[in-house]
Design a protein around this ligand. Structure first.
Ligand code: NDP
Length: 479
């Protein structure tokens, strides 16, 4: 098992110090925020006992939202937070397929339809051996808040399979995708649930999934996003998550009269998000010195230029090779660190773009000691709660994934609009809309998360994301 696949926070946290006071009616009332979160989490843990990643995501939101509910009793009375923690629907199904050698394989498929208060369920599909109910419920839960922040009419969902595309032939991947979609197609639709890509699901997989859906339903609709431009995809969708994370970083810096220009940036991952984050940092005058995959990281002190990044794109997207081949190719300029993460390399900005819980407390302390000033999550929940605590303690500007990486789903939302209109916007038009959306998300985080001259972006994103969904849920009654 890879170290990142095991969350560093576990389900069985002990209760914090108890402190109760008597309310006016004589009933015991809690005035310790930690104790209230603990009480809330006791129930969440009991109901979702083998789901540590889901519990971790809920706890992080509960810490910000529970105090907010005290001042907004209407949400508390309608038990909105409890309802948001319960998926509207969980689908789990068998995915049978056959290898090139004729061997029978069985994988497990999932779709979590988490919340449809503000629009059709929307969120990616992940194909990775570590996929299970806990991972997908955490991702679907985060997606509800993220989609709300984009200001677009998008509910929250997530899905995927424990299928591993690595080492499979194109035909095997196609057969798997067709089998997966044969079941999933019963539950999704352009006005119901619109999946996209995530880890292990890129343009190739979306193409096969779309082809099978079209064949089964005999209709050409915007049922998936992240499609190729030739068949209804949006320009800038492949770039959107990485570009968006860097636009958000630029917003955080500009609030303090700074910019990315001249800054040294450490990036983890070398997939879709990492590639386009690296590209945008370079375009804005920053220097990216690391990238990684599940095998280790490369360190290139001179910076990853567009030519080198092209090498990485071909290596990862076409050849489907390992990042250490970059170090072999550029051996006089760069080192490869096997089995390690890049957080000990000195930098001004860190953008984790690989996977959940890839940056722990010790990594956070190292970054702080090395004078890193900004951490922006390109991936979903890459920093453990302990790492986030270190960042807040040291007043580092920390952007949570649900805000910083919302650019991907935002452009997916724009892809849905273009599909409905049967029209395609230009690159410049989509990029401008993406930039505006990231600016708005930043503004919302600052509005709800600023106190004493410091912005707690995590708190801001949680509350801003919650309010819109909560209002819609209140309006629609107890459903
Ligand atoms: P890709 O599959 O394109 O790339 C994933 C990258 O992360 C690869 O470099 C991969 O290395 C590395 N990685 C995956 N799992 C692990 C692991 N357990 N340990 C170490 N490295 C790992 O995925 P994306 O770039 O699309 O997604 C990356 C992150 O961004 C995910 O958290 C995803 O949920 C999030 N995200 C993605 C969006 C999108 O639009 N694609 C939108 C919003 C968030 P290797 O090649 O060795 O597997």
């Amino acid at each position: 098992m890879h170290p990142f696949s095991k969350p560093q926070i576990m389900a069985t946290k002990t209760a914090e110090t108890k402190m109760t006071v008597k309310g006016s009616n004589g009933a015991a009332k809690m005035n310790n925020p930690k104790e209230r979160v603990e009480k809330f989490m006791e129930k969440v843990r009991a109901k979702n006992s083998h789901e540590p990643e889901f519990q971790q995501a809920v706890e992080e939101v509960a810490e910000s939202v529970l105090p907010f509910l005290d001042k907004n009793v209407k949400y508390k009375k309608a038990r909105i937070l409890e309802r948001i923690c319960e998926p509207e629907r969980v689908l789990m199904f068998r995915v049978p397929w056959v290898t090139d050698k004729g061997e029978y394989q069985i994988n497990r498929g999932f779709r979590i339809e988490m919340n449809s208060a503000i629009g059709p369920y929307k969120g990616g599909l992940r194909f990775h051996p570590s996929v299970n109910l806990s991972v997908l419920k955490f991702l679907a839960f985060e997606q509800v808040f993220k989609n709300s922040l984009t200001t677009l009419p998008l509910g929250g969902g997530k899905g995927g399979s424990d299928f591993n595309p690595k080492g499979k032939s194109d035909n095997e991947v196609m057969r798997f995708c067709q089998s997966f979609m044969t079941e999933l197609s019963r539950h999704i639709g352009p006005d119901t649930d619109v999946p996209a890509g995530d880890i292990g699901v890129g343009g190739r997989e979306i193409g096969y999934l779309f082809g099978q859906y079209k064949r089964l339903k005999n209709e050409f609709t915007g049922v998936l996003t992240g499609k190729g431009f030739e068949y209804g995809g949006s320009l800038i969708r492949p770039e959107a998550t990485g570009y968006g994370a860097v636009y958000f970083t630029e917003e955080m810096l500009s609030l303090r009269g700074q910019s990315i220009e001249g800054k040294t940036v450490v990036i983890s991952g070398s997939g879709n998000v990492a590639q386009y984050a690296a590209e945008k940092v370079y375009q804005l005058g920053g220097k990216v010195v690391t990238m990684s995959d599940s095998g280790g990281y490369i360190h290139d002190p001179n910076g990853i230029t567009p030519r080198k990044l092209d090498f990485i794109k071909k290596l990862k997207n076409v050849k489907r090779g390992r990042i250490k081949e970059f170090a072999t190719n550029y051996k006089f300029q760069c080192d490869y660190h096997d089995g390690k993460t890049p957080w000990d390399i000195p930098c001004d900005i860190a953008i984790p773009c690989a996977t959940q819980n890839e940056l722990g407390e010790e990594d956070a302390k190292t970054l702080v000691n090395n004078n890193c000033k900004v951490v922006s999550e390109g991936a979903n929940m890459p920093c453990t709660p302990e790492a986030v605590e270190v960042f807040h303690k040291h007043k580092i500007f920390f952007a949570p994934g649900k805000a910083a990486n919302a650019g991907g789903v935002a452009v997916s939302g724009l892809e849905m609009s273009q599909n409905s209109m049967r029209y395609q916007w230009t690159r410049e038009e989509v990029d401008k809309k993406l930039r505006d959306i990231m600016t708005n998300i930043h503004r919302s985080c600052v509005k709800y998360g600023s106190e004493n001259g410091y912005t707690n972006y995590a708190k801001g994103a949680n509350i801003a994301g919650f309010v819109k969904v909560a209002e819609a849920m209140l309006a629609q009654g107890h459903v």
